[in-house]
Design a protein around this ligand. Structure first.
Ligand SMILES: *Cc1c(COP(=O)(O)O)cnc(C)c1O
Length: 358
């Protein structure tokens, strides 16, 4: 990487805030990674520069037609001070799938992986110390051509920025309250719900605001056809512990294939828990609650890793969850142990920064 990445002003060092002042996604590290695409040169000029605003034509396609995709993953500082990325290859593979869905020329997976490792290595001092903290990595691809005609852009920029994030939970896992609406949909069959593209998130803001106004933390997304089956929770995948089984909606073109989802299901299967991926209706969840069999519900995603859900509202129903959060806590602790290097990384999920130089 060092041979072909141009690095400018790499000795710039800004002060780093305390963990307690980090929050999520407000503070950015010293550097960013950039890579450009033109039809004649392909992807070219990989480089690391100081984190700074960049300029773009007001007519750039991304600003009008949302031809943009992104990823979100984390680098963790282990108890041994080594810095490791959690499943970066899976995130890169998903980025490439997102790019293809939005008619972008795919980037080479190996180059994308190198970009993450090289950037985090240069800014490794920005990886915070402490349980629950991490360096959030945001790779993004935008269409930059100055053209208002509607067709795939002929120029793109891939960039990666880094944001140190503080503990998501202060102390114990806090269960959140969620609400399902019939009048909003996140994604539709044949649409873009299974990829990380900018438009999906702008389109969800109004439902989020309505949920907050009604006193809830997140939106529980139902399928957009029948408003009967559960898709996701906020920007997380969802799992239900009903009786002795864990149920999670199956991947489809309306559900984002979460890396944390896959990791949680893998651990559950390792532990011998019966895991079923099938459609689950909100009515079934309400029935399970009434009969006392709805023991736990949690969301999975890079930001909060595992997020317990304490109450579900739908129309005039309030669905209570009866359990003690045993599996939720076990999953959270086990994933964190792998991420901070205190447990065996049996599945080879962690990729250490600075260990692949040839
Ligand atoms: C990113 C995201 C997730 C979680 O994916 P992870 O890979 O686990 O971070 C789930 N749902 C939506 C809609 C997302 O955007």
């Amino acid at each position: 990487m060092k041979e072909f990445v141009r690095i400018t002003a790499s000795n710039r060092r800004r002060p780093r805030p305390d963990n307690k002042d980090l929050g999520f996604g407000r503070v950015f590290s010293d550097h960013m990674f950039l890579l450009d695409y033109t039809t004649d040169r392909g992807w070219h000029d990989p480089r690391i520069e100081p984190y700074a605003p960049f300029s773009m034509a007001p007519s750039a396609a991304v600003l009008h037609y949302a031809q943009a995709v992104f990823e979100g993953l984390k680098a963790y500082r282990g108890v041994d001070e080594k810095v490791r990325l959690f499943r970066p290859r899976d995130h890169v593979a998903r980025l490439v799938r997102s790019m293809r869905r939005l008619c972008m020329p795919p980037i080479r997976a190996e180059l994308a992986l190198e970009s993450l490792l090289a950037l985090v290595e240069i800014d490794r001092e920005w990886v915070p110390r402490g349980r629950g903290t991490a360096l959030y990595i945001r790779p993004t691809v935008i269409a930059t051509e100055a053209y208002l005609g509607l067709r795939p852009s002929e120029t793109y920029t891939y960039f990666v920025i880094l944001s140190p994030v503080g503990p998501y939970y202060s102390g114990a896992l806090n269960p959140i309250k969620v609400v399902a609406f019939d009048e909003f949909s996140r994604s539709v069959p044949g649409g873009t719900g299974a990829i990380k593209t900018a438009g999906n998130y702008g389109g969800g803001l109004l439902a989020m605001e309505e949920a907050k106004k009604a006193g809830f933390d997140q939106v529980l997304w139902l399928d957009s056809v029948e408003h009967a089956y559960i898709d996701e929770i906020g920007n997380m995948n969802i799992m239900f512990r009903i009786g002795d089984e864990v149920v999670s909606p199956p991947l489809s073109d309306t559900i984002l294939p979460g890396v944390t989802r896959d990791s949680a299901l893998t651990l559950l299967r390792d532990w011998g828990v019966r895991v079923v991926e099938r459609r689950i209706a909100i009515d079934e969840v309400a029935d399970a609650s009434r009969s006392g069999r709805l023991r736990e519900v949690w969301g999975t995603g890079t930001a909060g890793v595992i997020c317990p859900i304490g109450e579900i509202a739908h129309k005039d129903r309030r669905i209570a969850i009866n359990g003690n959060g045993e599996l939720t806590a076990r999953l959270y602790d086990s994933l964190l142990a792998i991420q901070y290097g205190t447990a065996d990384d049996m599945h080879g999920w962690m990729v250490e920064v600075g260990s692949r130089r040839s």
